[in-house]
Write a protein of this length. Structure first.
Length: 47
């Protein structure tokens, strides 16, 4: 039977990350570039 993910789970933990953590992850994702060349992936972190 397929699981319905739209319904609330009573055991679900509420996460409250710090603003610094969210900013770090967003900035990291903005700086990460993935280039594909002939079925190969190259990751570059642009700082």
């Amino acid at each position: 039977m397929a699981k319905i993910y739209s319904q609330q789970n009573p055991k679900q933990i509420q996460l409250n990350p710090k603003n610094e953590t969210v900013d770090f992850l967003l900035n990291y994702s903005k700086a990460l570039r993935v280039n594909c060349y002939k079925n190969m992936k190259f990751e570059a972190l642009l700082n």
